[in-house]
Ligand binder design. Structure first.
Ligand code: ZN
Length: 343
């Protein structure tokens, strides 16, 4: 009995210490967490996705979303559009039923079917006529056959030709609800680029034409209405599954914890959603050559002969593409958590 009192005190002290430890978890090492997320992105990127890695992990991010309603210079004064030599690229037949009609930097894709063309993304107003209409004609296709225009998101480098193609050919334009609203909200910004609202995309919606199906996946993040797709192409008769990533850089409000942390979570969730829907896809496509190397791959394709298709990177690499974006977004999100913690 003689030592019961000190033992009681020791027990009470131990309990107090435990309670204290539970209230004050070990401090997070934010810098180490950021480095680990960036390393995960580097490992996933390998030498295949360096453009996506650099853009989302290491280049400075834009300050946030554009909320101005300003007429673009190239609309008011077409002579101010970038010089043709900076954007012109030859069109290319990439698969039996998929054609590239984009430029050096931005892409547009034509999926051909027995009942017409599904066009994915439309570049700028100043070059969509030459690249898309001109490109299709050079490849022996007819722009009049465009039945659907899918806009991955309402930025002027992808929606630029949508109004023109809708007006000239009666093509039905498909876009995410929030991005339709953005176009309606900023009439000056979208002058000459504002198609009438035809089809509001929903998650899992199927656009069917002539035996082909493009399935739409909602991947908000880059813009609130960003769309991604899965569809099948044929390579010399062999079916290949394609994952199309519709928005990449972090040009949402990303520099303050509120709403940045939440915005990055939306983006991360979208990458996971798309990675799941892309299971089995062996081809990854995007709307910027920076992310899928389309411009260079088209040149490689011209010398393919009996070699492998340069776009067929395999199912593992397609999954790794989404891992790069997810990990870089996580690194940026941790940096905002650090800011929020005041450290
Ligand atoms: Zn964009």
């Amino acid at each position: 009995m003689i030592d019961s009192m000190p033992r009681k005190i020791a027990v009470i002290l131990a309990m107090a210490a435990t309670a204290f430890a539970q209230q004050r978890p070990a401090a997070r090492n934010f810098d180490a967490e950021i480095r680990a997320a960036q390393q995960a992105a580097k490992t996933a990127a390998g030498d295949e996705f360096l453009g996506s890695l650099v853009r989302t992990c290491f280049l400075p991010q834009s300050g946030g979303e554009n909320t101005t309603d300003t007429l673009p210079n190239y609309v008011t004064n077409p002579a101010s559009a970038p010089a043709r030599a900076t954007w012109f690229a030859e069109p290319a037949k990439v698969f039996d039923n998929l054609y590239f009609v984009g430029g050096k930097i931005h892409s547009s894709w034509a999926l051909t079917t027995s009942e017409g063309i599904i066009l994915i993304d439309t570049i700028f107003p100043y070059n969509s006529e030459e690249l898309i209409e001109g490109g299709l004609r050079k490849l022996g296709l007819d722009p009049k056959d465009i039945k659907y225009v899918l806009i991955s998101h309402a930025h002027s480098d992808h929606i630029g030709g949508a109004e023109m193609l809708q007006t000239r050919y009666g093509a039905k334009v498909v876009m995410g609800a929030a991005d339709w609203d953005t176009v309606a909200t900023y009439p000056n910004r979208y002058k000459t680029m504002a198609p009438k609202r035809n089809i509001v995309a929903t998650d899992g919606m199927q656009i069917k034409l002539g035996g082909s199906t493009v399935t739409i996946w909602l991947t908000p993040g880059h813009t609130p209405g960003t769309l991604s797709y899965t569809f099948t192409v044929l390579d010399r008769g062999k079916p290949l599954n394609v994952a199309y990533s519709g928005g990449t850089a972090f040009n949402f409000v990303n520099n303050t914890p509120d709403p940045g942390i939440r915005n990055f979570q939306t983006y991360i969730d979208s990458q996971r959603h798309m990675a799941e829907k892309a299971a089995g896809a062996t081809v990854i496509l995007s709307n910027h050559s920076e992310f899928d190397n389309a411009y260079n791959k088209n040149r490689m394709l011209a010398g393919r002969s009996d070699g492998p298709h340069p776009y067929e990177v395999g199912a593992d690499m397609v999954q790794r593409y989404f891992k790069v974006l997810e990990s870089c977004a996580r690194a940026a999100q941790i940096a905002l958590e650090q800011k929020q913690a005041g450290r």
